[in-house]
Write a protein that binds this ligand. Sequence first.
Ligand SMILES: C[S@@+](CC[C@H](N)C(=O)[O-])C[C@H]1O[C@@H](n2cnc3c(N)ncnc32)[C@H](O)[C@@H]1O
Length: 208
Amino acid sequence: MTQSPPLAGAFDELADSYDHRHHEEIARVLIAWVAPGAEDVVADVACGAGAVARQLVQGRPDSAPSILAVDLSPGMVAVGRDRAAGLERETAIDWRVADAVPLPVAERSLDVVLCASSLHFLGRRALADWRRALRPGGRVGFTLPLATHFRPSERFTGLLARDVPLPHTAQEASRWATACGFVEAESRVHVVGTRRVVVTSATRPDGR
Ligand SMILES: C[S@@+](CC[C@H](N)C(=O)[O-])C[C@H]1O[C@@H](n2cnc3c(N)ncnc32)[C@H](O)[C@@H]1O
């Protein structure tokens, strides 16, 4: 594992007071922007309490594969499991406590990678791994805070990956996804209360 234990510890401590309303909204917007197919093989990367995986699993057909939900923080995953309890297809979420980079999947095995509110902790290495894990033509969707509206605490500032530039505009986020080897990048700014989030989707090109 390459991530520092302080990151998992920081999110473990946050798990009980996590702002679920905010993150459920971002997950909803991300899913709508990428629109995965009902039977797609999907990973919820750095899933936290699984806002993406829990929304996505509802209404999936019985024949659909499990959704992989990976996070470094045991506390966040425990909250996710609790919140998933009673959902119609709760067993179709494959929860894992682990570093999400690299994802525990074979090369070219995923149709869709979704990463809500987490890429700025994972670092640019995550995009290289998503290109490995996605099939050609597979889709990635991620959200990042808009640089002008991001006010992390000192503790969380110290945990941020330095090689993920927070976008000032939607176009900046798309350009960065393209610079990281994806194509057909599309982004938009979404307003959540006083906060602003950039939602990006892009496609894994053919070839390496
Ligand atoms: C702001 S939360 C977002 C969680 C979730 N995606 C959501 O939308 O609510 C960031 C999450 O990233 C996770 N995280 C950060 N670095 C990670 C890594 N290298 N591997 C797995 N999870 C990581 C943290 O544990 C935390 O749960």
